[in-house]
Design a protein around this ligand. Structure first.
Ligand code: PEP
Length: 224
């Protein structure tokens, strides 16, 4: 099975025209593309993802977007619990747990992001996040969740996780939950394949997914 590559555009690019250009350049990779919410309806694409969702289907939640709404726009995947949401928007594991349940309820495939900060122990954090984030999710639904191991210190820093460390974390996650595991954190085309070689099922790519040429190389290198 080919590795799954996910492009997380974060809050980029700043205009729809640029988003369309980037989308048209990288769609041929078949990677999952997660644009900002406001651009999603401009794209018809089988591998469309969103960067977050609310835990409610509708109601008085100003500024929020529901899984149901995303489903209606043809979205297939949703990133949940990204460290930037945990840090900047104070998302708790309790909120992430509710979001996962809501996403599964709307038949979206959740990509759950977990990972430690600089001075934290990876296994302690992974164990706690998996326990709290997945609490009460039925076995049949649990299987549908994709886990992304994203050490927080590696995100957007250029300070990627060495492959032996990444392999340890991947094996630890796999022992706890047999699901697909992606690696994310400063991935570029030179190191993309290393993570696949140590057992990851794919990659979550942030910054480098905004550069079409580099992103296409990442996908190619990871998938060969
Ligand atoms: C991310 O946004 O999930 C990510 C891994 O970002 P970057 O590739 O820029 O480190």
């Amino acid at each position: 099975m080919k590795p799954l590559i996910v492009a997380n555009w974060k809050m980029n690019p700043s205009s729809l025209a640029e988003a369309r250009k980037l989308f048209n350049e990288i769609r041929k990779t078949n990677a999952v593309i997660c644009p900002p919410f406001v651009y999603i309806s401009a794209f018809k694409y089988i591998q469309l993802g969103a960067q977050d969702c609310c835990w409610k289907e509708e109601g008085a939640y100003t500024g929020a977007i529901s899984p149901q709404m995303l489903k209606g726009l043809g979205v297939k995947y949703v990133i949940i619990g990204h460290s930037e949401r945990r840090i900047h928007f104070k998302e708790t594991d309790g909120m992430i747990n509710k979001k996962l349940k809501a996403a599964l309820n709307s038949v979206l495939i959740p990509i759950l992001c977990i990972g430690e900060k600089k001075d934290e122990n990876p296994e302690t954090v992974i164990s706690r996040q998996l326990k709290e984030d997945l609490d009460g999710i039925a076995e049949k639904d649990l299987k549908k969740i994709i886990v992304a191991y994203e050490p927080v210190w590696a995100i957007g820093t250029g300070d990627f996780c060495e492959k032996d460390e990444a392999k340890k974390a991947r094996n630890f996650i796999r022992k706890k939950i047999g699901n697909k595991v992606l690696y994310g954190g400063s991935v570029n085309s030179k190191i993309a394949k290393d993570y696949i070689d140590v057992g990851y099922d794919g990659l979550l790519v942030g910054g480098a997914s905004l550069n079409a040429e580099e992103f296409i190389k990442i996908v190619k290198n990871a998938q060969t």
